[in-house]
Design a protein around this ligand. Structure first.
Ligand code: 13P
Length: 342
């Protein structure tokens, strides 16, 4: 394992004022996004959707890396340039989602699969240009769940994945996603979310330690501590920011290279504001970078502007770049709401 190379990639991904674009929707999730703007789920439309984001002018100013899905890592642009070369030439690091989705446990919870054959797949992804990877575990909240088994099994698998990535020269992003809006499981309080986020992190970092994963060459992609989408009492922006930062300080070792949040169903502006407030609270004293790895909160508005029509392309790209810029400022604690009117 070349630890200094891993640390270099990880720190490049969380360089000041930069974050990650999560464009790794599986074919079926990409289909849902396309359907929402009236487009068919076919390879060309998926390519065009990705191309819109990747060819936005100066995208590399705010985006350090892009998480791709298997198909996209192997795909060429409409001008026949492999997406991975196109990104690398701009100084953007290509990444790859390597988990293979969720399997249900006997009590109806979900654990993430994809460890079988992971090593040869990582080798191939490395040869295709990927230098970082993502594995997502999900935790759904009720009064009694997640179960101990769900925490333990997901942590074990995340740690095994992380170790295999590092052996292949790939920086692992570990993503314990605590769902704020799972079907029928979205009324939990801020306090309950805090408990679950903390427990998931504690299990995860114990497992990473046991596996001997090199933390300076690893990124954590956590959920923010936030009440369920349909909870009676919603926390304020200041509460979400301060509770999240505190939970991270208490559970994430200082050696971890960076924290790159998921947006998880927050509105675009909320995701930006919460990130900004955290960086303002931390005031530069945070042991790890605090930035973004957003999917929906970076892409949603641009997609609805684009609608698959060439005539809307430039406007859609500027909508995307606006969000990217706002999140870049938030990653430095320099965002202000007035920017949204501009
Ligand atoms: P969202 O920001 O849309 O939650 O997506 C990030 C991600 O990668 C989820 O796995």
């Amino acid at each position: 394992m070349n630890t200094s190379e891993l640390a270099k990639i990880a720190s490049k991904l969380v360089a000041k004022g930069k974050g990650i674009l999560a464009a790794d929707e599986s074919t079926s999730t990409a289909g849902k996004r396309l359907e929402s703007i009236g487009l068919e789920n076919n390879e060309k439309n998926r390519r065009d959707m990705r191309e819109m984001f990747f060819t936005s002018k100066d995208v590399e100013e705010f985006i350090s890396g892009v998480i791709l899905y298997d198909e996209t890592l192997r795909q060429n642009s409409s001008h026949d340039v492999p997406f991975s070369s196109m990104l690398t030439e701009k100084g953007i690091i290509p990444g790859i989602k390597v988990d293979e989705g969720l399997e249900e446990t006997s009590n109806g919870e979900k654990v993430t699969k994809g460890l079988e054959n992971l090593s040869p797949r990582l080798e191939e992804y490395y040869n295709l240009g990927a230098r970082f990877a993502k594995w997502r575990a999900v935790y759904s909240i009720t009064d009694t769940l997640p179960s101990e088994n769900c925490y333990a099994e997901n942590a074990k698998r995340l740690a095994k994945y992380a170790k295999l990535c590092q052996e292949a020269g790939i920086v692992p992003i570990v993503e314990p996603e605590v769902l704020m809006d799972d079907a029928n499981r979205n009324t939990h309080s801020l306090e309950r979310a805090d408990e679950v986020v903390r427990t998931a992190h504690t299990h995860l970092f114990n497992a990473l330690k046991e596996e001997g994963v090199y933390l300076e060459g690893l990124l954590l992609k956590p959920s923010m501590v936030i009440a369920g989408k349909n909870a009676e009492v919603q926390a304020t922006e200041d509460q979400v920011a301060s509770w999240t930062y505190k939970a991270l300080l208490d559970t994430v070792p200082e050696e971890v290279a960076g924290v790159v949040f998921l947006s998880g169903g927050q509105s675009d502006e909320q995701a930006t504001i919460h990130l900004d407030k955290m960086n303002k609270i931390a005031a530069g004293n945070n042991p790890w970078a605090l930035t973004f790895s957003y999917g929906r909160a970076l892409q949603g508005a641009a997609l609805s502007t684009w609608k698959g029509q060439q005539i809307n392309l430039a406007t859609a790209q500027s909508v995307f770049m606006h969000r990217a810029k706002c999140n870049s400022l938030a990653a430095k604690g320099e965002y202000s709401k007035e920017l949204e009117a501009a």
